[in-house]
Write a new protein. Sequence first.
Length: 311
Amino acid sequence: MRRFACAFFAIFAVGTSARLPAAAALSLHDCRLEHPLELTSVPARCGRLRVPEDPAQASGPAIDLSVAVMPALNRRTAAAPLFLLAGGPGQAATDLYMSLAGAFARINRDHDIVLVDQRGTGKSAPLFCIYPDDWERSGEELPVIRQATRDCLSKYGERVRFYTSSVAVLDLEHVREALGYREIDLYGSSYGTRMAELYMRRFPKTTHAVILDGVIDPQQAIGPDTPADGERALNLIVARCRAAPDCAAAYPELTPISMSCARNTGRERRRSRSRTPRAASRSRSGSTAACSPPRCAFSPTARRRRRSCRR
């Protein structure tokens, strides 16, 4: 069964004082964050902040937010911390950071990096929907997905109304207060840009700087346009490659995605063996994972994946 989580326009500058003089209310301890594929790990300071599940009911049921801080290497810095806001919705901030940690290394010299798994994701009261492994081969994909989604919604019931963007943005403010930061910087990519927009609209006085990477319009419904947008982006890449002699010579089989992959998806699937480094050390047998039809490959990385499918 497969589980799925449900839920540049500013320049960094040194602030006058990144932290408030009051002691932080969130206790942190030494920990290590691990890459989702167990490829690497990094040291951090971790903690859990308890907040009401329903913001209007402070004495009602509570959830724990997973928080991780990578302290700035420069211990004398007064720069505002950087809060990373993951995409999706459904991606955990800790997973995002571990996939892109190298890109933030220079920022971490003078800025604390703060990761808050948004409620419903990662280790912050995660909500998971379970879908059949073979839903793509059932011949009735949409009905299967709809029913699995209804079952998931039924499992969580009315609680899901407390796992929206407008509620989650309050969690960011609670974490800021608990860690004692006066102002914060925000980095959001994809859906994370919506969270950044919500935060700076509701808490402008504590917003120091914001980076919006791949902006999502606040009024846009995320999802319906994604396949068409992705196809257009891929076709633009294919067109640029075919127009460049060196690229066209290296990849002469390139065709627009709508003319190749669209005809070879659905029931046709190949299988390949894949292992994480840790799993490989424990056993010689790898796990089985779905691999897309080989004719859909269009990049050097995809070409390597294609060869693995043929084994």
